[in-house]
Design a protein around this ligand. Structure first.
Ligand SMILES: Nc1ncnc2c1ncn2[C@@H]1O[C@H](COP(=O)(O)OP(=O)(O)OP(=O)(O)O)[C@@H](O)[C@H]1O
Ligand SMILES: [Mg+2]
Length: 458
């Protein structure tokens, strides 16, 4: 019966036609969800894998780049012309090949762990101890975030050399080290020393040359004055001829009158007075000449008028006696402080030169013109003549010492050189020459602002 029952039940089951679709749907949905989940995970995994792969490639690339950069930096560090060192806690912890070469050691290891003072002489050129100065320089580098200075180093063979040093603080892992650059400046320093030495010796050379020139000038001054003295003697002879003739004529007259008993008291007194006047005139000329030759280096208040009248007092006669006219056109009457004797000497030189050219060329109606005027705060005196002027080749050498065209008259060729020295160096003025319409025009220019400065007291 049980069997029967089971069979019945079985067949019943067999015949169930109604399927639970709801459950089926749920099961299918669940399975689908799981499948999608698995697929999605696969997809994510794949994507992440790809990303990882890219990232890995990137890392490799960066690694390669870093390696290359490291190589470049190492090259820069090692092959740099400048010496590079790393200074940590007062000791070198690394350096490049240039430093090894500069210090003439075998390897870097010889330098690592040394202090800067150990690569320097005991003292720097300023006398300070290298060890103390090293501390100072390092402190300055940290304080100013960098420091540049010059330093004397000592290499392995005991030779000193100059270097320019640049210290730059660099932070690494919260620690500050110093990046040190050395540049060998021995050549530059050598040149600097040579130039300094050259300057020093040049100064003494110039001093000696200037001194020699001064001495030469002094000698030339003396020579020039001696030459003038000779001329002066002939001028004195000219000046004296007339009064001497007058004196001798007067005394002959007195003698004659006395002989014939015609010399009354009045005539005797008058003639004696005449003789005494002539004698005074002679005495004055002597004084004028003597003053002229006095080595007078004192400045005096004077004027062109005064100086010219003294010069003309000495030479007017000898000039007019040679049929040379003297024209005067005097328009500057200002007084100023100068060296009257020297100024007289210059004017005398210029007038004598004019006289010489007029006589040499036998100029008819020869004249010498003296002109003074004031213009733009300058006192000007011109000496001109109608002697035909100066040719170009002579013009460029006219103020040279010993340049003279007067061979037969034995010219010293010092007149114009000395005159230029006096006017330009003693009086801070100007002596120039140009050709006028009929002859040479020499111009003395005294500048108001420069007048009165005593050259001999400087
Ligand atoms: N007024 C002038 N006209 C033409 N030439 C001149 C004149 N003044 C000077 N010279 C020329 O300049 C030269 C140099 O003159 P400087 O006075 O220096 O010497 P010097 O007259 O020849 O000799 P010293 O002065 O000893 O008699 C003269 O030889 C002459 O050739
Ligand atoms: Mg002369």
């Amino acid at each position: 019966q049980t069997k029967q029952q089971l069979l019945a039940k079985w067949s019943k089951v067999e015949n169930v036609t109604k399927i639970d679709y709801d459950l089926l749907k749920k099961l299918a949905a669940f399975a689908l969800l799981i499948i999608i989940g698995i697929l999605f995970r696969q997809y994510i995994l794949k994507r992440e894998h790809k990303k990882l792969q890219i990232a890995y490639g990137e890392v490799q690339k960066q690694k390669k780049k870093l390696k290359e950069q490291k190589k470049i930096y190492e090259l820069i560090f090692d092959d740099a012309m400048d010496g590079i060192l790393i200074l940590d806690d007062g000791k070198f912890i690394d350096c490049n090949d240039s430093i090894v070469a500069m210090l003439k050691y075998e390897t870097k290891e010889d330098i690592i762990n040394r202090s800067p003072a150990q690569c320097s002489p005991l003292k720097q050129p300023d006398g300070k101890l290298s060890s103390e100065k090293v501390e100072e320089m390092i402190a300055l580098a940290f304080k100013n975030r960098g420091h540049r200075f010059e330093w004397v180093h000592l290499n392995a063979t005991g030779e000193e050399f100059w270097a320019e040093i640049v210290l730059t603080p660099v932070s690494i892992d919260k620690k500050e080290i110093l990046h040190v650059v050395w540049r060998d400046i021995s050549e530059r320093k050598k040149l600097e020393f040579e130039i300094k030495e050259l300057n020093r010796t040049l100064e003494t050379k110039i001093e000696t040359a200037v001194y020699a020139l001064r001495r030469k000038d002094e000698i030339l001054f003396k020579q020039s004055r001696l030459a003038q003295m000779g001329e002066m003697l002939s001028m004195i002879a000219h000046q004296w001829r007339q009064p001497l003739t007058a004196i001798s004529a007067t005394s002959s007259l007195i003698e004659l009158k006395a002989k014939f008993n015609q010399l009354d008291n009045e005539t005797a007194q008058q003639k004696a007075n005449n003789i005494s006047e002539y004698a005074q005139h002679l005495s004055r000329t002597i004084d004028d000449f003597r003053d002229f030759f006095k080595p007078n280096k004192e400045m005096k208040e004077t004027s062109y008028d005064e100086v010219l009248s003294l010069v003309l007092g000495m030479i007017e006669n000898s000039i007019t006696n040679q049929n040379i006219k003297l024209h005067q056109d005097l328009n500057c009457h200002e007084t100023f402080k100068t060296y009257p004797n020297e100024l007289q000497q210059v004017i005398l030189n210029l007038v004598k030169n004019a006289e010489d050219v007029l006589l040499e060329k036998e100029v008819k109606n020869g004249y010498i013109k003296l002109k003074t005027y004031e213009k733009n705060e300058k006192y000007i005196l011109e000496v001109s003549d109608n002697g035909g002027g100066i040719s170009d080749e002579i013009m460029v050498r006219i103020f040279d010492p010993y340049f003279s065209t007067k061979s037969d008259k034995n010219g010293t060729g010092l007149g114009l050189y000395m005159s230029k020295t006096i006017i330009e160096e003693h009086c801070d003025g100007e002596l120039s020459v140009r050709n006028g319409s009929e002859g040479a025009v020499f111009r003395i220019t005294l500048i108001k602002a420069e007048i009165g400065k005593n050259k001999y007291e400087e």
